[in-house]
Design a protein around this ligand. Sequence first.
Ligand code: AMP
Ligand code: ZN
Length: 468
Amino acid sequence: MPLTLYNTLTKTREKFIPLKDKTVGLYTCGPTVYNYMHIGNLRSFLFEDILKRTLLFNGYKVKHVMNITDVGHLTSDADVGEDKMLQGARRENKTVWQIADFYTKAFQQDSKKMNLLPANKICKATAHIKEQIAMIKILEKKGYTYVSGGNVYFNTSKANDYGKLTRLNFNVDSQARVEKDDNKKNMHDFVVWFTKSKFQEQEMKWNSPWGFGYPGWHIECSAMATKYLGKQFDIHCGGIDHIPVHHTNEIAQSEAANGTKPWVKYWLHNEFLVLSGGEKMAKSKENFLTLSAFEQKGYNPLDFRYFCLGTHYRKQLMFSDEALEGAKAARKRVVETFLELQKTGKNDLQKQKKYLQHFTDDINDDLNTPKALAVVWDVLKDDLLNDKDKYSLLLKFDTVLGLNLHKVKKEKLIIPKDVKQLAEQRLLARNNKNWKKADQLREKIKELGFIIGDTKEGYEITKNRDFQ
Ligand code: AMP
Ligand code: ZN
């Protein structure tokens, strides 16, 4: 099956045909670095990783650009509230620059642990102020902007197809998200350059033709994507929350400035990771879980990867401890079975063909990872397939699934005596409800290179990232 993707712009599944030969331009909206990434954000980056790996699997070259938002993303996606970076700075009593640096590194560490392929170009908004000003100047020259109340606005009434990315109930959907602002000419107009903050204390400011200030959030993606991928490119991604405001505004200003329609051929969006009860995980709420929290509990980051692969990216993914535990057990079984395979003997390509076809059909069917995972199990369970064929097939599949199978090593876990003793002491402390002592012992065990997790039977000791 040829690669088929659901395009939010046309609201249909479409056969993927790149704009130019075999090189695909891919832009993914990156993190706002004012806090750790929560596992919902990581779901989004994982979906983009699967997309990129699937393109590579299909023989395309991919030029992947991702931004780091380190200025201008206000506490609402529209123009309301203060800069999220400032919130982070106040919370931790640091400068916004220190916050950006710290959380960018934390994001990169999480990405590595999740085995996400790095983007070819990672670009910070604050390092591209010149490009953003240049784009606003073009918009101004073409008559798409106006200055009001000290800020520069994009005039959405000048873009005759404004809002084409959203669904038909666009007005209802986005009305709640737009700010009542007497300086605006039209309800959906948005700021491209602020000289007059709508809040105090914005630390990051630059000179511009419109005065000392800072860019609106959306202009960074338009300016950087255009700079690195050109005036038209193939695919742009993000979470569904970006459809009504951020991506809608990116399209309006990019098409206006570049004069190219469509600016991007395929728009892909992932659904949310939610908590039981359907609540969206968000950095602004106190409900967010991080990858490090999972590691503390004895999970490998790839357990979370496996967990996400079990649900299609356009479906909501409900998080629960039990479901993650199930993913952990399943990944462990895949790894253990893979390690038992004998690598000697000959490949029988004819026998492999059927499974390769199934896998390709599933992953090319709008990135159907749950079905692709099922093929992994079909291969492992097929008694008529020899070990060498199973081994080769799994390695091929893993170029897409990214479970790092080529790196796993057979290693017998030897638990030193002192670690065992500490684990027993910790169990005793837990039985006595002495949580403080139990936590201290967990830290001591960690310092010795092991992770202790709690089970119904008592505890389980694993090596820190034993399967990587
Ligand atoms: P941010 O760092 O807030 O700019 O978000 C990074 C990415 O995570 C964006 O593509 C968001 O759309 C996406 N995202 C935010 N919350 C969730 C969630 N609960 N589930 C899945 N994706 C999310
Ligand atoms: Zn963006």
